[in-house]
Design a protein around this ligand. Structure first.
Ligand code: GL4
Length: 801
């Protein structure tokens, strides 16, 4: 949209007056943020209305992306960017004596997700709008997001994330679109005059689902889509005195807090209630909207696609069946046909403990009508498939088995498409995790490698880099990230490579300033910034990174005369509150940081910064400052990873195992521009098959490794007597589940190589450039376009590949 600086200033001052009945000098940064938010919503209002209007009039196909997590990050700058208002607003604020950065920092960052899975959903929302796709998000409006992490004496402590305390400027409460979700009680089917069956319910617990909509602004295209998050409330018509406090609490509880576990299914009834709550509300609202314009359900598959982001929303399958049969007079066969046509499912993990199952008794008690339908799906599946695949395979893969409802199997059986998120991951789904279902439905399986919103992760997070790229390429790359490949032409331009170093140094300084003020730690910006940011999990192997730090520490102590480039090891990682081992590793990192950072022999040659409360906003600060991207999971365990892509796009070189999308990153940027190491997935499976991994052999064979490990238990690192022992035992007594010791040598070798290579800055920046230039391949726009083409069958703006 067009907006002059002068007009903006007038509008902004008027907004301040209207909202606060006072003048600018009397407002806080947060107050200014709220006013700006209101103003932007007003500017974008016509786009949002017209977008919905156009979708309705043109009767276009709509996709609904169901996800129990969305991590949108702060929206102020991303809305400014996509609306094309960054320049006049920044300028106008400056003329008013204000600073956009300060105001933006006052925006709460909604933590409605744990990590990669929730952030991916948010990147995809941005891309759907930017591609002009009729894409809708559907999720939960958690009253409290992922906990705020602080460290006390080196231990993680979790504090509540009260992100809604001062309200949310972006959301619109739409009480008129609320619907009822039923839990518990009894249900029986009564034959009707026409021969069909209708359910009768008694003693159900009804919950009102109220939607809150947030506009998802497209990139300079006038499109604003909707992210709809549901909140659980008391039904309005009910006589409120009838509800005991306990009943009210039970309703409140449903959308009160996000489960803080990234890849572990706790199997708790509250989680199942959350899952059904947003699945049911979402499907009801889809059908209500669809029925306004269509008679009968015949067209449903042509007009609606429902995407199941991991297994949490799988109940959309039986819920759609229920509504089609009970409310819309469809037969089982018609309903089933339509459901499969509409549904598609993405799997995001091969970790066994993340595969959701629900005890049948719990499921039946909480969702009696859905249970009847799942039983029927199970019966049909067994009847259809047993003659072809035999009873054993069918028993292993049916939706009901071992007293459990198996969500991943239900998702595969009820969808027309099942995808993994990187080629290796999809391969492992076919050959291992979902092998038997792959035998039944080979045509359903496909790969969709993850992508990232370069708008947020380069244009917003790294303005110095974006501006430098503009100088070389113009601005087309901003809308077509694949154009980044044209940067390759400047690989031999020393002046440009120097500019890249200057950009990196500037970003390192910004991060160093933050670390100085938060941790009181002084960093040198000529040090190698070696970054690992992701959830704390044993399979991600922060431990391997710790061992490198210990090795570097000992090397300086032993041979102070040997000079290596200085290093800063930067961590950001939350551990699930109940994940004891992960919390021990946090304590270890903090204890090691204490030791290293205060040792006068070490000085500024080696520093460790564990930045608390990692999330989207901190990611935007850390990622542009990274020289080295640690992507060191045990091969086969990380489904894709997305921080690997963000770091690459910002010119960090990957120190990476051949896991998830690391494989594709190494291929895209070229082996010579990354630091690959370690066991392949095949080698890992080889150890499993033969059962001949002996961690202790590695310990015995390598004196350096032995010395490093011994520091966990010999008092070298003060303050970790219990944690050190626990971790030491996990490796040697319990045989190192994630092959840390097997990969130690390869990892250390590449770390040495990095120290060597970093000294030739021109060569280093050439590699950084190769990474930036190749990163366009991982744009979320391209990923979403592939979903639209292959899975959702939806037309969109064509993209240059
Ligand atoms: C995850 C994977 O662990 C991660 O590799 C992937 O990038 C992400 C998005 O596809 O999904 N799966 C789960 S569970 N949490 C994740 O972050």
């Amino acid at each position: 949209m067009k907006l002059t600086t002068a007009q903006f200033k007038t509008d902004f001052l008027a907004e301040i007056k209207t909202l606060y009945a006072t003048d600018l000098a009397d407002t806080s940064s947060f107050g200014q943020f709220v006013a700006l938010g209101h103003l932007l919503r007003r500017y974008d209002g016509p786009n949002w209305t017209q977008t919905s209007e156009r979708y309705r009039q043109d009767d276009v196909k709509q996709v609904y992306y169901f996800s129990i997590e969305f991590l949108p990050g702060r929206l102020l700058k991303s809305n400014l960017l996509n609306l094309g208002l960054m320049q006049p607003v920044r300028q106008g604020l400056q003329e008013l004596g204000l600073d956009l950065e300060t105001i933006s920092a006052a925006e709460p960052d909604p933590g409605l997700g744990n990590g990669g899975l929730g952030r991916l959903a948010a990147c995809y929302m941005d891309s759907m709008a930017s591609l002009g796709l009729a894409g809708n998000g559907n999720g939960i409006r958690y009253r409290y997001g992922l906990f705020k992490q602080v460290f006390m004496n080196g231990y993680q402590v979790e504090l509540p994330d009260d992100w809604l305390r001062n309200g949310d400027v972006w959301e619109i409460r739409r009480e008129n679109k609320a619907c009822l979700v039923r839990f518990g009680g009894n249900v029986w089917m009564t034959p009707q005059a026409d021969g069909s069956l209708k359910p009768t319910y008694e003693h159900t617990d009804d919950v009102l689902a109220v939607p809150y909509d947030t506009g998802m602004v497209g990139d300079h295209n006038g499109v604003t889509n909707t992210l709809r998050l549901w909140s659980a409330e008391l039904p309005p018509s009910a006589d409120q005195t009838y509800y005991s406090q306990a009943q009210r609490d039970r309703i409140d509880e449903i959308t009160k807090v996000l489960y803080p576990d990234d890849s572990n299914s706790a199997g708790q009834a509250l989680r199942l209630r959350q899952e059904y709550f947003f699945s049911s509300a979402g499907v009801q609202s889809i059908l209500r909207h669809y029925s306004l314009r269509h008679h009968g359900m015949r067209e449903l598959g042509k007009k609606i696609a429902i995407h199941i982001n991991d297994t949490h929303p799988t109940l959309v399958i039986p819920e759609l069946m229920r509504l089609l049969m009970d409310d819309h007079h469809c037969s089982w066969d018609v309903a089933w046909e339509l459901t499969r046509e509409v549904m598609s499912y993405t799997n995001h993990t091969i970790m066994q403990e993340a595969l959701e199952t629900w005890p049948i008794d719990m499921f039946k008690g909480l969702l009696p009508r859905l249970y009847q339908i799942v039983v029927e799906i199970d019966r049909h599946y067994r009847a259809d498939k047993t003659p072809i695949f035999g009873e054993a395979l069918v028993n292993r893969t049916a939706p009901l088995g071992n007293g459990q409802v198996r969500m991943a199997y239900l998702a595969v059986i009820g969808s027309h498409s099942v995808n993994g998120v990187a080629p290796l991951h999809t391969e492992l789904l076919k050959t291992d995790v979902l092998r038997d279902l792959y035998a039944v439905y080979p045509e359903r399986f496909n790969n969709k490698t993850n992508g990232i919103a370069t708008r947020r992760w380069v244009q917003i997070a790294n303005e110095p880099l974006a501006n430098l790229i503009d100088q070389k390429l113009g601005t087309e790359w901003r809308h077509e990230p694949s154009q980044l490949k044209l940067l390759g032409a400047y690989a031999n331009e020393p002046a440009f490579l120097k500019q890249l170093t200057a950009v990196k140094t500037k970003n390192k300084q910004a991060l160093a300033d933050y670390i100085q003020s938060e941790l009181g730690l002084t960093l040198r910006t000529d040090a190698i910034f070696d970054v690992q940011i992701k959830r704390l999990h044993a399979y991600k192997r922060q431990l391997l990174h710790v061992f490198e730090i210990i090795r570097e520490y000992l090397a300086i102590k032993d041979h102070p005369e040997q000079v290596e480039p200085p290093r800063v090891h930067i961590f950001g990682a939350k551990a699930a509150p109940s994940y004891h081992y992960a919390k021990s590793i946090i304590k270890l990192i903090n204890a090691l940081a204490d030791l290293v950072n205060h040792d006068p022999d070490i000085g500024d040659r080696l520093k460790v910064a564990f930045i608390p409360n990692y999330g989207v906003s901190l990611g935007e600060l850390i990622i542009p400052a990274a020289d080295v991207s640690e992507q060191i999971s045990t091969a086969s365990k990380e489904a894709s990873g997305t921080s690997n892509m963000k770091l690459m796009a910002n010119g960090a070189l990957s120190l990476a195992t051949r896991d998830g999308a690391n494989i594709d990153i190494i291929q895209a940027a070229g082996e010579a521009n990354e630091y690959p190491f370690g066991l392949s997935a095949k080698a890992v499976y080889g150890y499993y098959d033969r059962g001949d991994y002996h961690a202790a052999d590695f310990y015995q064979a390598d004196p350096e490794l032995k010395r490093v490990l011994d520091t966990l238990v010999d008092g070298t690192i003060p303050g970790i007597s219990t944690e050190g022992r626990e971790i030491y035992d996990s490796l040697l007594r319990y045989n190192d589940e994630f092959f840390v010791l097997a990969d130690y040598e390869g990892y250390i070798q590449q770390q040495r190589q990095i120290s060597h290579d970093f000294q030739d800055q021109q060569r280093w920046q050439q590699k950084a450039l190769a990474n930036i230039a190749a990163a366009g391949v991982f744009s979320a726009d391209l990923a979403v376009a592939r979903y639209a083409d292959d899975i959702w069958q939806m037309p969109h703006t064509p993209l240059k590949a």
